[in-house]
Design a binder for this molecule. Structure first.
Ligand SMILES: NC(=O)c1ccc[n+]([C@@H]2O[C@H](COP(=O)([O-])OP(=O)(O)OC[C@H]3O[C@@H](n4cnc5c(N)ncnc54)[C@H](O)[C@@H]3O)[C@@H](O)[C@H]2O)c1
Length: 330
């Protein structure tokens, strides 16, 4: 299987490392704006740099990975879909519902497989906790509490603070992953949202704190708090799932605990992460995507998950602007 990558920044490199570890999957070429970066990558891995996507497409890739900054998605999605190329698109699928309308006619081709890189679904702790929840080990899920505390460190790209390119702050760069994960666990669509935002760093025009209440169509409630701090912090990313007869506490990149029948059962994945690295979910995602292309079966994260998340994000920003509880129109 042959593929191309658009943008070899942080995410693009993670995808490359993941797909590179799969037998018979070959990177044909890549596009990259930053010529110095492109030259280094080209030399190191002996892979061709293309200035134009159209020239890369002439080599007939089976799929293309879009790992560009958020506002540069429309043209490559159009071009790839017109050329019948499957896509793995970094989150968010696009910036808003206006952009969704533009890509809709291209992306909805039935014969193509498109996935969105909600890569945290592929974490061992998330997949295994989900299995336990689906087996009703904590009864009926009632409430989910998600806390995501992270630092905006110097290795992150500058464009994330530029609203024209990023479309938003902590919600679009980080918390959108949490929203996808909560939807996956709740196994339902979000019905209503109510949100607030704040800025700890007042010098930027995108939010770095977000506080969101969610109500799902199946009655589950969820609360999500995410911060993207301009100073050193002790990062934390946990999901507490409260059911009618027990609780699961997921500690991302560490493991999870099952609390039921007055007992705590610990699932410690520190050895797994030590052996495979903290970004191993990219490898699991890559394998799953290739399997989906080979079997023509829908991927774990499908196009509708990407489309719904754009609608949810837009409703959250509208809720903040209007200071109102909003129903999501799917
Ligand atoms: N799934 C995850 O865990 C995860 C992690 C990090 C980033 N991301 C996502 O990946 C995407 C990229 O983010 P990043 O952090 O890697 O950013 P980045 O800035 O590190 O990488 C983007 C790269 O694209 C290049 N580029 C920009 N415009 C281009 C164009 N028109 N053609 C070709 N190359 C171009 C840039 O020079 C840069 O090297 C974003 O959607 C981001 O939200 C996802």
């Amino acid at each position: 299987m042959k593929y191309g990558i658009l943008g070899i920044g942080q995410a693009g490199l993670r995808h490359f490392n993941a797909f590179n570890s799969i037998k018979n999957v070959k990177l044909l070429g890549f596009t990259e704006f930053d010529l110095k970066k492109a030259k280094n990558f080209e030399k190191k891995y002996n892979v061709k740099h293309f200035k134009k996507l159209e020239d890369l497409i002439k080599l007939n890739p089976d799929f293309v990975i879009i790992a560009l900054p958020h506002s540069y998605r429309l043209e490559p999605i159009k071009v790839c879909c017109k050329n019948n190329i499957n896509l793995l698109i970094e989150k968010p699928l696009v910036l808003n519902t206006q952009e969704l309308k533009i890509i809709n006619k291209y992306i909805s081709k039935k014969n193509l497989i498109h996935s969105i890189s909600f890569v945290h679904r592929y974490r061992k702790e998330v997949l295994n906790a989900k299995k336990i929840i689906d087996n009703k080990k904590i009864g009926k899920v009632k409430f989910i509490l998600e806390t995501m505390i992270s630092q905006k460190n110097d290795n992150l790209p500058n464009w994330i603070d530029n609203k024209k390119i990023s479309g938003g702050g902590v919600l679009l760069y980080n918390a959108i992953h949490s929203i996808d994960k909560i939807c996956f666990i709740a196994d339902s669509k979000i019905d209503y949202v109510f949100a607030h935002k704040a800025n700890i760093n007042e010098k930027i025009d995108v939010e770095d704190v977000i506080n969101i209440s969610l109500k799902f169509k199946n009655g589950i409630l969820a609360n999500l708090i995410a911060t993207f701090l301009p100073y050193f912090t002790t990062p934390k990313w946990e999901t507490k799932i409260f059911g009618s007869s027990g609780q699961i506490d997921i500690n991302i990149r560490k493991g999870f605990e099952l609390i039921s029948k007055n007992k705590i059962k610990k699932f410690d994945y520190s050895k797994y992460y030590k052996k495979n690295g903290l970004n191993y979910c990219f490898n699991i995602q890559a394998k799953s995507f290739i399997k989906s292309l080979n079997t023509k079966k829908p991927p774990l994260v499908n196009l509708h998950d990407g489309i719904n998340s754009v609608k949810i994000v837009e409703a959250i920003y509208n809720s903040i602007r209007k200071n109102k509880i909003l129903k999501i129109n799917y």
